[in-house]
Write a protein that binds this ligand. Structure first.
Ligand code: HEC
Ligand code: HEC
Ligand code: HEC
Length: 488
């Protein structure tokens, strides 16, 4: 069996082969090497395996990427790198499942600006012309550039799959330093033929869409539960695959109808628990919106924090999801507020509570008023329902991780080291006077370390080990090793 950690060999081989080509300026003239999309294929490695680690106020975005794929369909979308402080860009994309394996088929639909990375068809990256064009058009585009990418969905239902993308915002076509690195991802689900609204059943609410799409019409959103957060396309109702919804499709749809069986709204079905975990950390950083100002109305007088931090889920409910019953039982993060581990609320109840006005509804969080979108809220609800764990299963009562240090060193060496270096000290999360490194977090806040390893650090290119598909045992081992690193 090949474990995730054993793939180190092939990853290093890639780096080695890429490095030998450096006089040819691989990163520039021939796209980047493969497996640099912060994905399972590269164990989370990104462009900053070589490029300096800086990250700025820009972003990499997936524009019009499908959130539901229909077997046999072709999708065109674009990768946008933006950064007002930079002058051009490069990128790389892959479509993968947890644990590795690319899915579907990437297509070079813009041969001038994009190419398969080192000829590997699982990855598309920029060409030198693409970089030159990004530099030439950057200012006119308001400090950004779009690279067009095509992707053909797989021939069968392979379950959820994820688009992983790295973006590098650069100063010119040659300077290697001072680039800004960005990363993002988007998960797409299989679209059951006939299920127009994406809630997993085929019922009368879908029939309403059949009627709208019939004979070439277009669906109108919003239209009932879940929309407009679920992408609604007539393509999901074109049962015959002839490009239009007609009488034969209507007949096949009637045969496929299985009644109202869905237990959740489409918006919840299609939400991303991993993105939700990153929002739980600091939602405005992850969704790239202005931070809230003032204090959150639910933040109690007994608490000593003020300002934006009082809007972070973790500030009131804890990194261990246990609130006053966990690590925040005392100290500077004490609020007396309970945790969310074991909450009996349904997804709909949670969503409503997070949106409800705090004056009108008891404990209403009013978070939409401060800048969270419905999609953000569904993602965080999905995280609460799917990914909250009992941290006692990962961390011993004395705050240590019961993991194998040898296994952990291996995992740290193929993932974390790319950005944090072998001693975990490349990035200082604290201040010059009061530095904080990976080892410091490991020693002082194992719950935060665990959360950030599983989901990544909000708004940063730090990838998610859950998305990469590492097992709990592997995660515990890397955390145990990380906690042995120097604290200052
Ligand atoms: C194995 C090391 C390595 C990796 C990994 C790597 N690059 Fe590069 N890249 C280089 C080197 C070296 C240069 C400098 C070439 C020069 O100056 O002529 C470069 C240059 C570039 C440039 C143009 C010069 C500039 O201003 O920085 C772009 C754009 C670029 N890389 C994009 C990427 C992207 C996007 C990725 C990730 C998908 C990536 N690179 C990953 C080594 C790498
Ligand atoms: C300023 C403090 C504060 C912040 C920030 C905060 N909450 Fe809460 N939350 C509360 C309080 C107070 C309650 C009610 C607890 C009680 O039942 O006594 C609560 C309750 C909840 C509940 C209901 C749990 C149950 O089973 O009753 C959920 C779900 C929830 N919060 C999710 C979140 C999420 C997700 C975020 C971030 C997007 C968040 N909260 C941010 C204070 C906060
Ligand atoms: C692709 C780059 C990248 C990789 C890989 C990566 N990180 Fe990070 N990590 C970051 C960035 C960027 C930050 C945010 C730094 C900041 O706040 O300025 C961060 C933040 C953190 C923090 C949070 C510190 C704090 O107090 O906010 C911890 C802990 C951490 N990383 C540990 C790890 C561990 C352990 C691994 C390996 C499993 C890892 N990281 C892999 C880039 C990365």
């Amino acid at each position: 069996m090949v474990t995730a950690f054993q793939r180190r060999v092939s990853f290093c081989a890639v780096i080695a082969s890429v490095l030998t080509a450096i006089p040819l300026a691989i990163g520039f003239s021939a796209g980047a090497g493969p497996a640099l999309t912060g994905a399972p294929s590269g164990n989370g490695a990104g462009c900053n395996a070589c490029h300096p680690h800086e990250t700025g106020l820009g972003s990499v975005e997936l524009i019009d990427v499908p959130r539901r794929y229909r077997v046999g369909n072709q999708y065109d979308f674009s990768v946008r790198v933006s950064d007002a402080e930079k002058l051009g860009a490069g990128f790389e994309i892959s479509v993968e499942q947890p644990g590795g394996g690319s899915v579907g088929t990437l297509q070079e639909i813009d041969m001038a600006n994009t190419m398969f990375a080192d000829g590997d068809t699982q990855f598309i990256a920029h060409t030198s012309t693409g970089v030159a064009n990004s530099l030439a058009n950057w200012a006119a585009n308001g400090g950004s550039y779009d690279f067009a990418v095509g992707w053909d969905a797989p021939a069968t239902d392979v379950g959820p799959l994820t688009f992983f993308v790295s973006g590098l915002a650069i100063n010119d076509g040659t300077a290697f330093s001072d680039d800004n690195y960005y990363w993002t991802f988007s998960t797409a689900h299989y679209a059951i033929p006939g299920d127009a609204d994406g809630d997993t059943d085929i019922d009368l609410s879908d029939f309403a869409v059949v009627q709208q799409c019939f004979g070439g019409g277009r669906p109108v959103a919003p239209f009932g539960g879940g929309w407009p957060h679920a992408p609604v396309e007539c393509a999901f109702l074109d049962m015959e695959g002839d490009g239009a919804v007609g009488a034969l499709d209507m007949e096949s749809w009637t045969l496929a109808m299985d009644g109202p069986t869905a237990t959740s709204s489409a918006a919840y079905v299609l939400a991303s628990a991993v993105r939700g975990g990153r929002l739980y950390d600091q939602w405005w950083s992850e969704s790239n919106v202005a931070p809230p100002t003032g204090d959150h109305p639910l933040y109690p007088a007994v608490g000593v924090k003020t300002g934006r931090t009082t809007f972070r889920c973790k500030e009131c409910h804890g990194w261990d999801y246990k609130g006053v019953d966990g690590a925040y039982a005392s100290g500077s993060h004490f609020t007396g507020i309970p945790g969310l581990f074991g909450s009996a609320m349904s997804p709909n109840e949670m969503f409503k509570l997070l949106k409800a006005d705090s004056v009108v509804t008891q404990n209403g969080h009013d978070l939409d008023a401060y800048g969270m979108t419905d999609r953000d809220l569904w993602d965080v609800v999905r995280f609460l329902k799917d990914e909250i764990v009992d941290t006692d299963d990962f961390i011993d009562p004395d705050g240590t991780f019961p993991g194998d240090l040898g296994l952990g060193a291996g995992g740290f060496g193929i993932n974390c080291v790319n950005c944090h270096e072998a001693d975990g000290q490349r990035i200082n999360f604290g201040t010059a006077l009061d530095p904080e490194y990976v080892g410091t977090v490991g020693a002082n806040n194992p719950w935060e370390l665990l959360h950030k390893m599983r989901f990544g650090h909000a708004g940063s290119p730090m990838p998610s080990l859950e998305l990469i598909g590492w097992t709990d045992q592997q995660i515990i081992a890397v955390a145990a090793y990380a906690a042995t690193l120097p604290v200052d």
